[in-house]
Write a protein that binds this ligand. Structure first.
Ligand code: F3S
Length: 389
């Protein structure tokens, strides 16, 4: 691996113990993936910071790195934690608060921006062609596919190491030659009859190379976000090239295969029937965009309080301040708001018979992690179903 003089100094420990360890991690992973050099990054996004997910050993690792002098060398954001930072939620269990706060203290000491969200592009949208080191599969796939950023799907420790050094290894999606669309995908008109996340779940499971989706015109960006997050959850995808959306110059096409997705191919991905006395409606996986928050507010105004179950909306921690009026209105209308977390990386206070959600990623993980029955539906259908109308 070729190293510059500065990178060699980092490795030798001249920038402190944590930076040297971080450099070692980046080099080892890079060498395993055939990288010949490192590349500067503009933004690191560190996932795996929820105590509920990483536990005692993860907490100790993060604390040791902070105590060892680790400091962010580039703009660095962090993924959701396991507590509701607004204190509003009655659904998310805050019993791990004490441990999460220890993690948060160390993250803050390292100079990370404590946004606690899986939509870091809301804070700093990537520029086409710039190199990033992001954890969180849904954010990675959005950065590559929509903004034309260059990032691999990093685990939390590698993204953290990249933040402390300002570099990552140059391999995988950091090279244009690996950003090649090979399977052309078209959506049949019938797909509009089925929750859109199923498209992503299907792609994730069935397509093993980089897909090129033709003609998503007319599909709102929030739905595209859901398709991408779902594909990254059910498969290994970190890039889906989308005609007219993925910035030119950030991908190549060498199409060898073609498939048209029809609604009947997606039926198995909709989930299980959702009935019973205790239904949870869940929106905000990935975290809501401002437009989605506004849409949910309008729908709750239209259909009234959720009375046939509970409705949980998860948002980035800072929305509580930035979109205070909307957040307070939703609360007043009976919606449960949780900020800086989500049910996948936290725990529930109570048991639900099943979950109705618009998110294929939530379906994928809630079934596996919490063993819940989950069904996909559109946002309006969910709000309506939980109301009295
Ligand atoms: Fe974000 Fe949690 Fe979904 S971290 S992508 S809301 S699983």
């Amino acid at each position: 691996m070729y190293l510059t003089r500065e990178q060699e100094k980092m490795l030798r420990g001249e920038y402190g113990w944590s930076t040297a360890k971080a450099m070692e991690i980046i080099i080892k992973v890079g060498e395993a993936l055939g990288a010949e050099e490192l590349v500067s990054i503009a933004h690191a996004h560190v996932s795996g910071i929820s105590y509920s997910t990483i536990g005692k050993y993860g907490l100790e690792f993060i604390r040791d790195v902070a105590l060892g002098g680790g400091r962010a060398r580039v703009f660095t954001t962090v993924n959701p934690g396991c507590i509701d930072y607004s204190g509003f939620s009655k659904i998310i269990d805050n019993s791990l608060l004490e441990y999460q706060k220890l993690i948060d203290k160390s993250l803050g000491e390292m100079g990370f921006k404590l946004v606690y969200t899986c939509i870091p592009y809301f804070y700093r949208p990537p520029i086409p062609g710039e190199h990033l080191a992001w954890g969180e599969s849904s954010a990675v796939i959005f950065a590559n596919s929509i903004y034309g950023g260059f990032t691999n799907r990093e685990g939390g420790p590698v993204a953290l190491a990249a933040s402390l050094t300002g570099f990552t290894y140059k391999a995988g999606l950091h090279l244009l030659e690996n950003r090649v669309g090979r399977v052309e995908i078209k959506l049949h008109a019938s797909v509009s009859l089925i929750p859109i996340s199923t498209v992503g779940l299907w792609i994730g499971e069935k397509i093993k190379t980089t897909p090129y989706i033709r003609d998503l015109r007319g599909v709102p960006l929030e739905d595209v976000k859901n398709i991408l997050a779902s594909a990254a959850a059910s498969g290994n995808h970190a890039l889906v090239i989308i005609e007219g959306l993925t910035p030119r110059g950030t991908f190549k096409l060498e199409l060898t295969d073609k498939v048209e997705i029809e609604a009947k191919m997606l039926e198995d991905y909709v989930g299980e029937e959702c009935s019973g006395s205790s239904i949870l409606g869940y929106l905000g996986c990935p975290h809501t965009s401002p437009r989605e928050l506004l849409l949910v507010t309008r729908l709750v105004r239209k259909y009234g309080k959720p009375v046939k179950g509970k409705l949980l909306v998860t948002i980035p921690a800072e929305y509580v301040r930035i979109y205070r009026d909307l957040v307070l209105e939703l609360r007043a209308r009976g919606v449960d708001i949780a900020a800086g977390t989500c049910p996948v990386v936290s725990r529930f206070k109570e048991k639900f018979d099943c979950v109705l959600t618009n998110s294929g990623k939530a379906l994928f993980y809630l079934k596996r992690i919490h063993g819940m029955r989950v069904k996909l539906a559109g946002v309006e259908e969910i709000v309506k179903k939980l109301s009295n109308l």
